[in-house]
Design a protein around this ligand. Sequence first.
Ligand code: SF4
Length: 67
Amino acid sequence: MNIHIDPDRCTGHGVCEGLAEDIFEVGDDGLAHLLQDPPPNDRREVIEQAVQQCPTLALRLADAPPS
Ligand code: SF4
């Protein structure tokens, strides 16, 4: 599982950080960053919530291609 944060869309208000502060952090640059990349699979549910609740649709979840 990979998360892509679109820096052109993110407005940095931190809905994602509020849901999963172990995964997302809004930095001094005003953009969300990943604290764990790739994120742990057992956090998938809350990450999916963040993807759905991000008001600017800046988050995208992608499964790693099969190896
Ligand atoms: S919820 Fe979306 S817009 Fe808000 S900080 Fe997180 S990625 Fe950025």
